[in-house]
Design a binder for this molecule. Structure first.
Ligand SMILES: [Zn+2]
Ligand SMILES: [Zn+2]
Length: 175
């Protein structure tokens, strides 16, 4: 969906839209979109500096693979956005725009406007976790036999000197 400056010159655009999985090309195999992406934004043109301000929020659920155990886990995103786009040709500094709010992120647009999908693609990528683990205490896979340690320990681990394992072993013996 192209957001044309012409259409927002008179009044801000208010957009509420849903993008089904596949409608936005994230060009990555690192995750898949597990719910529609719902966005609600106000798009405002500021003629003095020809800036476009996009504010509102969006939500979407992604499915990622755990870095440790490879299991698929859900990563819900519900993000507030407040973005400011300046025309590419006129490189403005954020302070010149009169917006000193540090929450505002600055980007650039070329030509007549911006693609909403492009904005959302970038925002989703920014909202990915740094560490992709299904849960904080995920035990991962045994490097020797591939057993998922979240499900059950394996023989290889019995021989290791991991103190956490001896506790588990004691519990097992009591059963
Ligand atoms: Zn995991
Ligand atoms: Zn093992």
């Amino acid at each position: 969906m192209f957001l044309n400056v012409r259409d927002m010159e008179l009044r801000p655009l208010r957009i509420k839209r849903e993008f089904a999985a596949g409608e936005i090309d994230f060009s990555t195999s690192e995750f898949s979109q597990a719910s529609p992406l719902v966005v609600e934004v106000t798009i405002e043109f500021r003629p003095a500096l020809e800036e476009i301000r996009v504010s509102g929020r969006f939500n979407v659920d992604l499915e990622l693979n755990c870095d440790r155990c490879l299991a698929v886990f859900r990563w819900p995103i519900d993000k507030k956005i407040d973005l400011l786009y300046a025309p590419e040709e006129a490189v403005t500094q954020p302070e010149e725009s009169g917006l000193k709010d540090e929450e505002v992120e600055l980007g650039f647009y070329e030509g007549a406007g911006l693609e909403l999908e492009e904005i959302l693609r970038e925002q989703v990528l920014l909202a990915l976790p740094m560490r992709r683990v299904c849960r904080e205490d995920c035990q991962g896979l045994c490097p020797a036999c591939g057993e998922n340690w979240n499900e059950r320990p394996c023989g290889c681990r019995m021989q290791s000197a991991d103190p956490r394992w001896s506790v588990l072993e004691d519990l097992k013996l009591k059963k």
